[in-house]
Design a protein around this ligand. Sequence first.
Ligand code: SF4
Length: 324
Amino acid sequence: ETPLLAVRDLRVSFPTDDGVVHAVNGMDLTLGKGETIGLVGESGSGKTVTSQALLGLFKGTPATVTGEILLDGTDLNTLAEPAMLACRGKKISMIFQDPLSAMHPFYPVGSQIAEVYRTHNRVSRKAAAEVAVDMLGRVGIPDPRRRAAGYPHEFSGGMRQRAMIAMALVCEPELLVADEPTTALDVTVQAQILDLIGELQAETGTAVIMVTHDLGVVAQVCHRVAVMYGGMCMEVASVDDLFAAPGHPYTQGLLASMPSLAGETGRLRPIPGFPPALLDLPPGCLFADRCPQASSVADGRCRTEVPLLSGSGHLSRCHLGEAA
Ligand code: SF4
């Protein structure tokens, strides 16, 4: 079966005053219909830039985006902005950590959701307003008819996040990209929002890319997970496999650094060292500077050859796991 989304060799770079920043360096990812994949990594790992590239947010900017982003067989990376605009909201949409950045401060929340609906559906304003009220109800906003007339700043953080989810899902897109959607919320509200995304996903069959630095969120909602480092996938596996038997030294370090998963002592063990310099990528494995196992690989290959993402089902990008 063809996957809903197939990203192949995605690369994103930006010119800056200091030189070209290589933010995404050959990202490969597939996603089935209705599936949820977690994109995890530290800040600077390229997870957010990858998700923005999927939405075509770099079109018309100085950034260079190469590679394929096949959604239902259409390469989004080749679409010009007008065609991408027709796609955004309808086939693919995004929710952000900060709903205020995605909402207009001077329009009622209901009208904003109705406008998104009307962009993709030929209906009257009145009918679209009804859809918006219905959608606000579906995301658990009490008294949705009254709240539809309210402005974003009148909503609490959690309610605003619900409203943004309503806006993102009102056209039932095939793919929802959620970029740290719960990071700014307190733990209880966070759990409610994750549950809500899961419920709506079960109803609509939308696939979700959950971009997060939080492996706890991944464990709670994702089927599979892709671990990113230096703008590449270092490991891709089912959530169960990844937590039970992380294959990549970076993932092993990440899991060991998580207080909630490190057992009784709960001691945080940060991975020593710093992420790779994206201005001047080193040759070989991007994790080599921090990898405790680099010295076990023969011929210093970690410093000279970029390992391939290999394996079947459970993929890892490390010379250690490669067949001799
Ligand atoms: Fe470590 Fe080498 Fe594997 Fe990179 S390729 S993760 S440096 S062992």
